[in-house]
Design a protein around this ligand. Sequence first.
Ligand SMILES: CC(C)(COP(=O)(O)OP(=O)(O)OC[C@H]1O[C@@H](n2cnc3c(N)ncnc32)[C@H](O)[C@@H]1OP(=O)(O)O)[C@@H](O)C(=O)NCCC(=O)NCCS
Length: 188
Amino acid sequence: MTAEHTVEDLRMRDGRGYRVQLCVEPGTPHSPEFLRGRIAEAFTRLSSQSRWQRFSAPIHRLSARQLDYLTDIDNRDRVAWCASVGADDSEVGIGLARYIRLQDEPEVAEFALTVVDAYQGQGVGSQLMQKLIESAAANGLRVLRGYVLRSNQRMLAICRRRGAALSTADASTIVAEIEVAAWSGGQP
Ligand SMILES: CC(C)(COP(=O)(O)OP(=O)(O)OC[C@H]1O[C@@H](n2cnc3c(N)ncnc32)[C@H](O)[C@@H]1OP(=O)(O)O)[C@@H](O)C(=O)NCCC(=O)NCCS
């Protein structure tokens, strides 16, 4: 890998090391096929509560169609950052943040963020969100929009820290909108 690649080595709150990089990046092992395997495997390590918080549905496994959708990345309109522990062959995925630009609102993208349960509360989600915001700003987006369950205090904390405008989507869901230009240079 060369210096052009996006790999960044970071530390969790408890001191463990982890790595953040684009999920799909030419010239690295991170191909769409690699990502597909990683997402399917990491999903098996998500609790039912985390699956519910992420998908707002009781999903037991990801379908081939969902995996197609989640791995369709172009690093501009469809961007994903991942976090992992262990290097190269022993790399294990621990988190993923993604956005997809909306066709009918081209300055807006919808985001989603997931960290596997064993690594939640360690600052990984916050770092992934920051990377996503920086990519969004660099790719000309104005707003990252996410749908967050009212009970999801960690996700709401990440959004509030970045000045998100919060509004009601329905009885159980909040819409969070982050203006990316204001936060793309900030600390996570
Ligand atoms: C939501 C999620 C992505 C957050 O990632 P994380 O790595 O666990 O979060 P972090 O450790 O970065 O903490 C995020 C914030 O929550 C706060 N926090 C941590 N634990 C908390 C808790 N138990 N209750 C409330 N806030 C908490 C942190 O202090 C931090 O706030 P700060 O940045 O203002 O300090 C992760 O918990 C997750 O994947 N949950 C299941 C899927 C999901 O909910 N996805 C969101 C759908 S959009």
